[in-house]
Design a protein around this ligand. Structure first.
Ligand code: SAH
Length: 358
């Protein structure tokens, strides 16, 4: 079977996912099924506020319409394969999607609230040498609805204890800005006050640095936080760690970041994974300050996490401290990210599209 035929088969199998539609799209959709527009809002509330898992539970819809809807559309499209809980309370889910592919989602519990890390693609093709998500390449993009469904599943889990998701990070597997439309649909869907109503300022999109997409996002003037996976201060080091740097240099990337700040007024968050002997020298801290010291930004230092296929070493604790202190001394806002879920391979760079390899 050719690739095209296989793709067509997938498309045929893909159900009309109700979660893929924003409120206005849902209103048009119900009208195309011969229903009044207000049914759209009813369904939207059932999905995002009551968080039902079947059309059957949407009790204010006429029985006949429910039957019709059941035949043409789906409320849920993924099922839980495993759920692992870390000693620190972090929970990681592995979901199987309608086509058999799998993704992971992580819930982190902090004193200040619950934050959820969602995946934007099955696998990833960015090829960063330290990350597990990219080992098997890109399988496919997720739809906006599939990204939302991860979050709704976690919120449903928290509903039992009357808890809420307070912040969301697009930092699971995949490059969200390569799947731009779905990522933004996700943001719009969870933003909607008729649904989860999660404010833009509580949503972070992380990118390897797709410069044209960063500029496009800047022009949309959303209030979301942009996180940049920087990880190095010199092009030769960054290109060796992150192939994307061969397409967009550090200079080009930082120019785009400045543009993002100019357009949105939001300070940039830089991720910097400290990799033993590669980018963790005090000299690199100084170079980093030189590069971004004048920007309104924050640096998250992440001691590199263990990925079995890679043999990177972690920076010793006092060297990490010296690195942060140097940044602070030079006026850069920097903190060391407290790692969550290490024991269940749920920390940064450890998420995959497969089971049982962690
Ligand atoms: N593709 C996007 C979204 C993924 S976010 C991006 O790269 O930004 C996941 C974050 O974890 C990124 O900052 C990534 O660089 C970082 N990361 C990947 N592997 C890691 C590892 N082994 N240790 C620490 N951080 C890692």
């Amino acid at each position: 079977m050719s690739v095209i035929e296989t793709l067509e088969l997938f498309e045929q199998k893909r159900p009309q996912q109700l979660l893929d539609m924003k409120l206005d799209e849902l209103e048009v959709y119900v009208q195309s099924l011969g229903q009044p527009k207000f049914r759209g809002k009813q369904i939207f509330a059932w999905l995002h506020q009551q968080r039902v898992t079947s059309v059957d539970e949407m009790t204010n819809l006429p029985q006949k319409f429910r039957e019709q809807l059941q035949e043409v559309a789906a409320v849920t499209t993924m099922k839980e394969v495993t759920r692992q809980e870390s000693v620190d309370g972090t929970i990681k889910w592995l979901w199987e999607l309608y086509d058999g592919s799998t993704i992971e989602t992580v819930l982190m519990r902090h004193e200040y609230g619950n934050s959820v890390c969602v995946s934007s693609q099955v696998g990833c093709r960015m090829g960063c040498t330290f990350c597990a998500s990219t080992l098997g390449g890109l399988v496919r993009h997720l739809s906006g609805g599939e990204i939302v469904e991860q979050l709704l599943n976690v919120q449903r889990f928290l509903d039992v204890d009357n808890e809420r998701v307070s912040s969301v990070v697009l930092m699971g597997s995949g490059e969200p800005l390569e799947n731009y439309d779905a990522a933004m649909k996700f943001v719009d869907l969870i933003n909607d006050p008729n649904g989860l109503g999660i404010g833009a300022r509580h949503i972070t999109v992380s990118t390897v640095g797709l410069v044209p997409a960063i500029r496009r996002l800047a022009d949309e003037k959303r209030q979301i936080t942009l996180a940049i996976s920087l990880h190095a201060t010199r092009d030769e080091i960054r290109s060796a760690m992150m192939p994307i740097n061969k397409a967009y240099s550090i200079d080009q990337l930082l120019d785009a970041c400045k543009y993002y700040f100019k357009q949105t007024g939001r300070r940039i968050s830089f991720e910097y994974a400290l990799v033993g002997g590669k980018n963790d020298d005090i000299e690199h801290a100084r170079e980093l300050a030189g590069l971004i010291g004048h920007m309104d930004c924050h640096v998250n230092l992440i001691p590199v996490n263990y990925v079995p296929e890679r043999n990177y070493t972690r920076t010793p604790k006092d060297q990490i401290r010296a690195f942060v202190n140097e940044l602070t001394r030079l006026g850069v806002n920097a903190t060391v990210r407290r790692e969550k879920g290490h024991d269940i391979a749920a920390a940064c760079g450890q998420l995959r599209a497969e089971q049982g390899r962690n």
